[in-house]
Ligand binder design. Sequence first.
Ligand code: ATP
Length: 748
Amino acid sequence: MVEQAPSTSRRRVAVLTSGGDAQGMNPAVRGVVRTGLNRGAEMFAVYEGYQGLVDGGEAIRHVEWDDVSGVLNRGGTVIGTARSKDFRERDGRRTAVKHLLEHGIDRLVVIGGDGSLSGADLLRSEWASLVQELADRGEIDQDTADRHPALMIAGLVGSIDNDMLGTDMTIGADSALHRIVEAIDSIGSTAASHQRSFVVEVMGRHCGYLALMGAIAGGADYVLIPEDPPLPGWEQKMCALLASGREAGRRNSIVIVAEGAHDRDNNPITSEYVLNVIRDTLNEDVRLTILGHVQRGGDPSAYDRYTSSILGYAALEEVLSAKPDGVSKLIGTRGNRVSKVPLMESVAQTRALADAIAAKDFNTAMAMRGNEFTEMEHIFHAISHALPTVTRKRKSTRLGILNVGGLAPGMNAVARAAVRLGLDRGHTMVGISNSFQGLVDDEVRELQWGDVEGWTSRGGAELGISRRVPTVKDLYAIGRGIEKHGLDGLLIVGGWDAFAAVSTMRAEQDRYPAFQVPMIVLPATIDNNMPASEQSVGADTALNLIVDSIDRIRQTGTASKRVFVVETMGGYCGYLALMGGLSGGAVKVYLHEEGITLKDIAADVENMVDAFRAGQRLFLTVRNEKASPMYTSDFLVRVFEQESQDLYDAREIVLGQTQQGGSPTPIDRILGTRLAAHSIDWLSHQVDLHKHDAAMIGMQEGTPRIRTLRRVEEMADWEHRRPVRQWWMELRPVIDVLAARLALPENA
Ligand code: ATP
């Protein structure tokens, strides 16, 4: 009989990773473990997935705070993963239960794919009978059996494919998309030098997410996905499309193939086959790149770091509050928020989708993937076709597009999509350089399909931008510019300055008839401070740059004991500071929304001294640039250093303008494309109805929503240039829990 764990009131929870590894599993494990410790639970890690449960012994280990230090930025899973044949058998699962009970564990967080999550649910449903079997066989005593009548579980989906229904994103999918887009960008430049075609194969057996989003973010020409196979004769159509793209100005052609691609009879379409078709039809040099495991590699993206941390936190809360007779929950995301759905329903739907593909019921497969997926497929088709997909030509409707305010990575992706979709809808698209001043100075040109080629991957703003915000005095000249260039509608891309400028123009519509054209603001600012918009274009790239810098700072910090105050941009909006801190593993975040008091600083110094005395080598804090007018980063550093008792040095790092640079991330490219598409549709609609509203588009819980500017103005905190209500402040407690080592209960 095994040695029994002592009876204790502290709840015991284990976490394991199973199936294929995915970037973001480590932040999730860290989130689970630290939240558990914070809540007073005893935490265990199971090494090598379910095999570790079956093997027991050293594979199930007690974990403490420091055991999950330094893992946030590491790809893969530090607790190992495996596929276990033994666990598929009841005997194996009975042994797994015995090993869990040796440690008194009856709560389990599983991070894995649909197989792993099904395994968890099976274990949960069999638990009582397996426990009884163990008691009957004398392998555990009846008291132990009685103390653990049920297993409580929570599931997180770790899978780079984003193939699970029931959550918008799976852990690892965004990082995989980063790898794919990096590869397409690199391939794109070499292909363009030689005027070559490239076929790129990406992962996704039953799911075209990586292929489709990779194609949109990478600016590819053609994509093959399992859910929506091409119609017979697709080979000729694909080649004609590639040829027309070349004629319209492309220097390369890129076709993305999901590994599970097939035709409408479910015969596989291999990437080699696609290569041969292009080579033989177009008679040109074609190269194939199969990305394979590269997609699982590398560091987790900022998104995967903060989302997985939040999901880990939520999974732990779920497993602690789960009831023995409740339904197992999958913890995922729905439009920026944590969602909980019945785990086995999600697994069943995911499998039903694969079945629909197998049964050639592709309409059902696409419908099950959801509206966003279908919408993005349509957008991809419209922007990748060099000839308009809609033949109807409007009566010389001219839509202008301009950038206003500070630079945001992704502005070029917006412009490219807007120009191509506008042309597709039959408009004449007019690019206005250097903001509103360009209208005044006649820096205006018509843009054709090929003019925006290659813009998706570029940082900066090809149309130019100016920080100069128009004042009331400029309105007359701007109005003249609109009339002179015959603009019937405006797409204004930018942050608060863009919003404020269009607000002024809206207010003056009666006085200046030239402003009686539809105008729509598309939020593009790294600060993510726009009302009625939960995610602005550029913020994700900035976050990734912040996280990158923090990783470097950490490396230099390990050489000596150091406190860092990393200052982020954001104006009065703490989004970048909070999310950067969460993704970078900061211990403390200073936000204008909360202010800084002398008492806070004193408490922080005390924490620092205690932490360094206890052996800590690095104490990372992130401060928003306007967190406090008095307690500046410089001030904080001087106080921290002065009070260090020679235990550490303190350094200030101001990240500054670098946060606005860089090639846009997949999220920003995709978001920019999606918002541009909705904006162009809205403008078209307005023009058709002879309306001239002023509006703003914004993401609301994962869906683009257009609101009148008047309504958005009411949602704005004008003094601090941020929304009155900021959704991400709900995440504030997570960072406290994940960083609040010193607030742990005794011996946790
Ligand atoms: P991926 O998406 O990376 O394939 P997955 O979790 O779906 O991840 P699987 O190989 O299906 O990967 O499952 C991982 C492990 O989970 C299996 O090796 C097995 O130990 C366990 N498992 C899967 N399905 C079941 C099941 N129906 N019953 C019991 N255990 C299962």
